[in-house]
Design a protein around this ligand. Structure first.
Ligand SMILES: Cc1cc2nc3c(=O)[nH]c(=O)nc-3n(C[C@H](O)[C@H](O)[C@H](O)COP(=O)(O)OP(=O)(O)OC[C@H]3O[C@@H](n4cnc5c(N)ncnc54)[C@H](O)[C@@H]3O)c2cc1C
Length: 291
């Protein structure tokens, strides 16, 4: 299949891209890495009249340490994120999750902003950004707004972005000391989309109890799911025994999985328990200095 005809614009500045989106509204689509949009065009599942190709907007591609966290330009390639020493040192869960996205050629083109704006429920980065409590900035002609990652994802392949808004920056706060993290997923083959996965961040106090936990799942609901009840169960407890059992029960209760050709809803719930237990254990060990 070939894409339907479209007009093509290749702005070099954020302002120009935003002006084009304002002009064309929902008749336009932003083209970033093209790793999701181009197949959609070729299958004619998306038929925009105008493509606004932002690949030449160099000011949107950066990885910038800010305080103890990191700011990512939306156009930063997933591979650049994966290779960044700053990201590995400050937010190792982002590095870990990026390595699980498709295969290397896909990550060379695919962007962090494209992955978030596409909002595939099985994608790794949306769940990671929800667990990390990232703030996402969207710009439209004459204004900008910043919203928490959890509010950005509103449904399957759906976000809070308006048609004339461009996602420009993802800002992740630094992690407290003695925080360990883990991203664990199950996929049929390396490089496939996850059937289900979880991002876990565990901060331990001096006595080895959980001071803070952040848990967000992918593939088991229409959006990334923050498992707040499970976090509460863990806090103040050692991440083992009854507390861990109860937390994994709460993780399963938080899910709302679909059944499809890849896995039944019941299987996905079992999987959520499995990856939840594994990720919490791994994050806690890493918080204590283990690997
Ligand atoms: C074979 C294969 C395997 C894959 N496996 C995985 C996987 O395991 N995990 C995973 O997460 N992904 C996977 N992907 C998808 C990949 O991560 C894509 O890179 C990502 O989904 C989209 O990023 P992109 O930069 O290519 O965006 P594009 O395809 O260019 O755009 C995707 C959507 O986001 C919108 N968009 C992009 N940038 C912006 C912006 N700055 N502001 C507003 N809207 C924007 C576009 O208009 C479009 O609707 C896979 C892709 C392929 C082809």
């Amino acid at each position: 299949m070939k894409p339907p005809p479209f007009e093509y614009a290749a702005p070099r500045k954020t302002d120009e891209a935003v002006a084009l989106l304002a002009q064309h509204g929902d008749r336009a689509k932003v083209l970033a890495g093209g790793q999701s949009l181009v197949p959609l065009l070729n299958f004619r599942l998306a038929q925009p009249e105008v493509l606004v190709d932002v690949n030449r907007v160099a000011e949107l591609a950066y990885v910038r340490p800010v305080d103890s966290g990191i700011a990512f330009g939306a156009l930063t390639r997933q591979h650049t994120v994966e290779r960044s020493d700053d990201v590995r040192a400050r937010l190792p869960i982002v590095t870990e999750a990026c390595r699980l996205i498709g295969h290397l050629p896909i990550r060379h083109r695919g962007t962090i902003g494209g992955s978030l704006a596409h909002a595939d429920p099985a994608s790794e980065l949306p769940a990671v950004m929800v667990a990390l409590e990232a703030e996402l900035t969207a710009v439209r002609r004459g204004g900008r707004r910043t919203l928490p990652a959890e509010q950005f994802f509103t449904g399957i392949f759906t976000t809070a972005l308006a048609p004339d808004e461009l996602l420009t920056e993802i800002r992740v706060p630094g992690l407290p000391s003695r925080t360990g993290s883990a991203f664990v997923e199950i996929a049929r083959r390396a490089g496939d989309f996850a059937i289900g996965g979880i991002a876990a961040l565990v901060t331990l106090d001096d006595a080895g109890r959980v001071g803070r936990a952040r848990l967000a799942l992918c593939g088991v609901g229409p959006t990334p799911i923050r498992a707040r009840e499970a976090e509460r169960v863990l806090e103040g407890e050692r991440p083992e025994g009854r507390a861990l059992d109860e937390a994994t029960d709460k993780i399963v209760a938080a899910t709302d999985p679909p059944g499809d050709i890849h896995a039944s809803a019941a299987f996905r719930k079992k999987l959520a328990r499995h990856v939840g237990r594994q990720a919490i254990g791994l994050a806690a060990r890493r918080a204590g200095g283990g690997s």
